[in-house]
Design a protein around this ligand. Sequence first.
Ligand code: SF4
Length: 535
Amino acid sequence: MAVSKKDLQSKILDAYPASVMKNRKKHIIIKDSSEIQEIQANTRTIPGIITNRGCAYAGCKGVVIGPIVDMVHIVHGPIGCSYYAWQTRRNKGVAREGGKSFLEYCFSTDMQESDIVFGGEKKLAKAIDEAVEIFNPRAISISATCPVGLIGDDISAVAKSAQEKYGIPVLSFNCEGYKGVSQSAGHHIANNKLMLEVVGKNDIETKPFSINILGEYNIGGDEWEIARVLHKIGYNIMTTMTGNSTYDEIATAHQADLNLVQCHRSINYIADMIEIKYGAPWMKVNFIGIEAMSKTLRDIAEYFDDDNLKKRTEQVIAEEVAELEDEIAGYKAMCDGKTAILFVGGSRAHHYQGLLSEIGISTVAAGYEFAHRDDYEGRDIIPDIKLDADTRNIEEISVEQDAEKFHLRIPAERIEELKSTVPMSVYKGMITDMPDGSMLIDDLNHFETEVLIKALKPSFFGSGIKDKYAVQKMGVYAKQLHSYDYGGPYAGYRGAVNFARDVVAGMFTPAWQYVLPPWKTQPGLVGKYVEEGEA
Ligand code: SF4
């Protein structure tokens, strides 16, 4: 019997004790466009529920700061935080000519009991001395882990004196793991510091059609594929934040004419602040999927409104699409009618829906680990979001127009005009793009994953490493949409084909036929009833 989404919702909720049920109920909705729907998100995780969430340190150092290639990123804390994050996120990067990359290292102060008792500031200062002596980096970051805030180590003071001693930027991030409720707090902390201490510090000669790509971390080479296409059209990429970036490139971000926001959740703070302080607007883009990629390229060209650029954009789109359409059509023929559940951090559960539908797979349920209501419902609701105690302890900074460096890139009226066709300073959220009847579920946990799989029987479950094998043991293909199962790139045109190829290989692998042993699917003995006297 088919399970209705309403039944499913109660099937999940009825299993919970009353207080848990009351909480989780607000995190699950069935899309119904005839009413205004509100989802609860970015609230505290229920203890013991087996969440997929991580911590603020993971969001700050692991996501936003870690990919900057020429900085030494020192993790101030006991060894676990550093060790478990050592090269497990596939943000690729290379040293620039004559420069350095430290991406393959993990740096830790390896705090011991005596550092907890007597404080770890001296050890941290010594770690910076060693890092400078051995690696001579362009800049250094210090990320605080849980105990650092509890014992009161003043990492900002240590950073300040190291900066004076060595004459290189030393950035300190108070991203203790208990801050906020998830990785999201760490994104915010990282954005604040990058904005205050890095962006705007390096002025170089600019070129026409200068852009920044924000919230793109070059997982499996995504940024390289996006940049390949943007360069082919004629854009000048000042910096990407922060996949394959360098300290000096990020410091030029204020000079670009347009910011392209891929992951809204992790970088929207900087996008907004650059617009206020330096006058360059931002646009929501999506480089995942063929149609989304083409639309994004056309939107960017529309913003710059240059005939040659528009012509070149169309040429590049035609060339790129011609290269892949036959192969994609083949994959679509194989996957047509299949369904997917997506549960990914704070943006990919939305971005991948278009690409999946291009190969015939429709998304029936989707959710985020740590997104906020605006990532689900769109930025219009930001003024209605109530700040709770967990959010209030993340510093909110405000910036003002820079007297020297602020200039409007295009007239304000033109931006207003563009808004009718191009997502300028706007993000409509995931709910808008999902059909009625589909399920949205925030901070999915292990129990809910099992219920969803059994009831909706998807062919594809897109999420992370923690649930991949639990899901595959249930006989459903689970694809990691964080690490790409060590493949990629999946962004851009060539990335779309890579993705489709990997999905087809995973979904149609012959091993799925052997999940059940033959004696459970076929009779072991075959006999027939014979009347006495019959042959
Ligand atoms: S929660 Fe605390 S101890 Fe755990 S990884 Fe994050 S910073 Fe480290």
